[in-house]
Write a new protein. Structure first.
Length: 511
């Protein structure tokens, strides 16, 4: 990628050369930090002491305790022999006051070669300006990193009595491609990712409170499995073999349950070679957890309490807004079977219907179906088109057709169904769970049926995993399994429109 330098870029390189000529290293090695902006502004009282002024009044006087901080210059106001600038660190912004008499003529002259966006280190003491603003009076300043590109800092001006923002870094495509700039100039974006980290930590704390073990499983797999999806394919040169980026870690975590662990979980980066939209990215994060001697009924209560806890940890309440709609995560959540939910919307019970009957009903409901789809995916099309988008508050959709769930245990009382649920929130799936299939004979037959669907042209059908069958033959205890989409959960809890808004570096077409 080559581009012609503009006037600002040329000027910044001239300042870079001038600083080097003056013996200044514009790319320092380190800086000791003793304070952050937020700590100073929140706990400013500790930097003042009571004193008496000339009028005999008791006033707050700076202790002149030295603080050392570092960050970017986000605004500069020059006033001859003094200057104010705003310094932004990872916690926020604080004003810095600079005087030629304090730092010397040479340093002050060099400061005039500093630009917006430059990273500087400052040592000084905390004081209040005449307007009462808590600031840092600089006694030392050093440039730590000279920026060679102008930072697109938004500016404000008044037009016809109204405040107008311009030069705003708001184009989404550019923001996603240049997330490093987005994070600098849009503090709310940084907050989203800080909150995302808190979501993961809250879930981890919840799982750990039960004594479950966090583990790691392979990303490169000789056989992809655990979900209905197309994989990314690669080649291992030394072994001369094809490998796949994992679409799920399910089958490896179940192997660990076979091995004797009572509960295991993993926050995993998974990869699916599929289309992209505001809810899908080819690489994404989910947490999967498997617990021995439990079933999907237990798991429903487990997950609703987990997500309720996360929401309370983040917001202090179970009630949030998502894309203008009210969502309440307070437990218990509504439970309804898949067939009941479809019947509520279309007035027809699809349970037990043949493929021919389903296609006839679809035609009556003006639902176009791909001829390659089997019964399970046809029912899923009904659910996706008529039900899913209407479910705003957390709702457990339970008891799926066996054709849709090749890794789930057959329902204990309902023929043709499995013990599976999905939690739908804000019109989209947030998590998926089963009473896990642990009968190796049944599992092998399910894989074989998936193979037949693949032969019909279903490129998301699962493939046979003989080693997983062998593991089940050694005996897996009754087990409940769960997968939660971290990106989806973050979108909902933080009211973000697109999955790209909660991924640091979403997949993009080349520039």
């Amino acid at each position: 990628m080559s581009e012609q330098m503009n006037d600002q870029m040329i000027q910044r390189r001239k300042y870079l050369d001038d600083l080097r000529t003056a013996g200044v290293n514009p790319f320092a090695y380190s800086w000791d930090i003793t304070a952050k902006s937020a700590d100073i502004l929140t706990n400013f009282a500790k930097f003042f002491t009571k004193a008496t002024n000339e009028a005999g009044e008791t006033v707050d006087a700076p202790t002149k305790e030295t603080v050392s901080l570092a960050g970017r210059i986000m605004a500069i106001r020059q006033m001859g022999k003094a200057a104010f600038f705003h310094l932004m660190d990872s916690d926020g912004r604080i004003q810095v006051y600079l005087r030629k008499d304090d730092i010397g003529e040479e340093k002050y002259g060099q400061f005039k070669m500093y630009d917006l966006g430059d990273i500087v280190g400052v040592k000084g003491y905390v004081f209040r300006t005449k307007t009462g603003e808590i600031s840092v009076h600089a006694e030392q300043i050093e440039i730590l990193t000279k920026t060679l590109r102008p930072i697109p800092i938004a500016k404000e001006k008044e037009v016809d009595g109204e405040k107008v923002v311009y030069d705003e870094f708001s184009d989404k495509d550019t923001r996603y491609r240049q997330r490093y700039v987005d994070l600098v100039v849009n503090p709310d974006v940084r907050k989203v990712f800080q909150m995302r980290s808190r979501i993961v930590q809250s879930l981890r704390d919840y799982f750990n409170s039960f004594g479950y073990l966090e583990v790691e499983t392979p990303i490169l797999q000789p056989i992809y499995g655990g979900a209905a999806a197309r994989p990314f394919t690669t080649t291992h040169n030394a072994l001369g073999m094809t490998l796949y980026l994992r679409i799920s870690n399910e089958l490896y975590l179940k192997r660990l349950i076979v091995g004797g662990f009572d509960g295991v979980y993993e926050f995993s980066r998974d990869f699916r070679n599929e289309g992209m939209d505001r809810f899908h990215n080819p690489e994404f994060t989910q947490v999967e957890i498997y617990v021995a001697y439990k079933d999907y009924n237990w798991m429903m209560e487990f997950v609703e309490k987990a997500v309720e806890k996360v929401c309370l940890d983040l917001h202090g309440t179970t009630k949030i807004k998502y894309q203008g709609k009210d969502v309440d995560f307070k437990t218990p959540w509504r439970r309804v079977t898949m067939f009941e939910s479809i019947a509520e919307k279309i007035g027809v019970d699809l349970e037990g219907k043949s493929e021919e009957e389903l296609r006839k009903i679809a035609k009556e409901k003006h639902l176009d179906l791909d001829p390659k789809l089997g019964v399970g995916k046809i029912i899923d099309e009904f659910f996706g088109n008529f039900v899913e988008k209407t479910l705003i508050n957390p709702t457990f959709i339970t008891d799926y057709p066996v054709e849709m769930s090749p890794l789930a245990k057959k329902h204990r009382t309902k023929a043709g169904l499995v013990e599976r649920f999905e939690a739908i929130v804000g019109g989209k799936e947030m998590c998926n769970a089963f009473s896990e299939l642990n009968d190796p004979i049944d599992q092998k037959e399910r894989f074989e049926e998936q193979g037949r669907l693949g032969e019909r042209g279903d490129d998301e059908a699962m493939v046979m995993d003989e080693d997983f069958i062998r593991a089940l033959e050694y005996g897996m205890p009754p087990t409940a399994g769960l997968g939660i989409g971290i990106d989806r959960l973050t979108m909902i809890l933080l009211d973000q429109e697109s999955i790209r808004d909660v991924l640091f570096f979403p997949t993009m077409r080349p520039e």
